[in-house]
Design a protein around this ligand. Structure first.
Ligand code: PDD
Length: 282
């Protein structure tokens, strides 16, 4: 039996029910994070908690106690004794009868649970196919909001096309995937969209940029077009759960010769190294 956390209490999963007046339930009014655990240790937990507090304050959920969030996550892992997994944590604005305007005097409500999760080895080796589609999301994509309607609709578009991910673009300028960041390699230069309001500044994205810096690999945070995506030598997507996953096809056309590229391979190797070295709890 799994133990999860909701509104101040750890309980068995089958004893938890979400309050129907929780604003996360009917407005998606809140923010969230997903954190990986590898071999019993948290990966980049501090970075995820910083972003959670920042996302919350961007939507005026203020005063979150970062240390308390970490304590919940640490206790959740201990109670479930899962060595390799993912932890999902969300913060809702509160429990109140439905009313669009913010309620006064209600406390944020935290939900957290843990699942076993293996590393995506097959796709990290063989790559995935992606399609492209229009990015019609709101203009605060840097906030890791629970409101993911456009993202789920665009992921479903990929699934229906037999692909793994949908890469989004605004007027032909690529932003990110429905649940991932995207990088290209062209003429030996690594390139990804700048961290502004049009993308989520992924923790994995930031790890990849640190790796590029350490490798002395030339990189630039500059948006690229669909044409540049399709003519790139290498393309890969990143996220907490997808790690560094090569893209073999974009809209059915091969990227390079379709196999994982050399730059992607080296980044994966160093990312592995960081997983083994950087597993700090706080
Ligand atoms: N998704 N962009 C979007 C829209 C995302 O939803 C995510 C993460 C990322 C990558 O961020 P990070 O490297 O910090 O995981 C980029 C998570 C994993 C999810 O919703 O499950």
């Amino acid at each position: 039996m799994k133990i999860s956390y909701y509104n101040g209490e750890f309980k068995n999963d089958d004893e938890i029910s979400v309050d129907y007046n929780d604003r996360a339930f009917y407005f998606g009014d809140g923010v969230y994070e997903v954190v990986r655990v590898y071999d019993n240790a948290f990966f980049t937990l501090g970075e995820h908690m910083d972003r959670l507090v920042r996302s919350a304050s961007e939507i005026e959920i203020n005063g979150l106690d970062r240390e308390k969030l970490i304590d919940i996550i640490v206790e959740l892992k201990e109670k479930n004794s899962i060595g390799n997994g993912s932890i999902y944590i969300q913060v809702s604005r509160g429990i109140n009868p439905r009313n669009h305007a913010y309620p006064t005097g209600s406390e944020p409500v935290i939900l957290a649970y843990m699942n076993e999760m293996a590393r995506p080895s097959h796709q990290m080796e063989n790559g995935v196919q992606v399609i492209t589609a229009n990015d019609y999301r709101w203009l605060k994509c840097h906030v890791k909001s629970l409101n993911l309607l456009a993202n789920v609709m665009e992921k479903e578009r990929a699934v229906r096309a037999g692909a793994h991910e949908t890469l989004l673009h605004r007027d032909g300028v690529v932003t990110e995937g429905s649940s991932t960041n995207v990088f290209i390699v062209s003429d030996g230069v690594l390139r990804t969209h700048p961290a502004n309001h049009l993308i989520l500044n992924g923790i994995t994205r930031q790890e990849v940029l640190k790796i590029a810096e350490a490798q002395g690999l030339e990189y630039v945070e500059k948006a690229f077009t669909l044409d540049e995506l399709k003519s790139a030598d290498e393309v890969f997507i990143t996220s907490t759960t997808q790690e560094v996953t090569p893209v073999s096809h974009v809209d059915g056309e091969k990227v390079g010769d379709g196999a994982k590229g050399r730059v992607t391979q080296k980044i994966q190797e160093d990312f592995n190294q960081r997983i083994h070295e950087l597993n700090l709890v706080k």
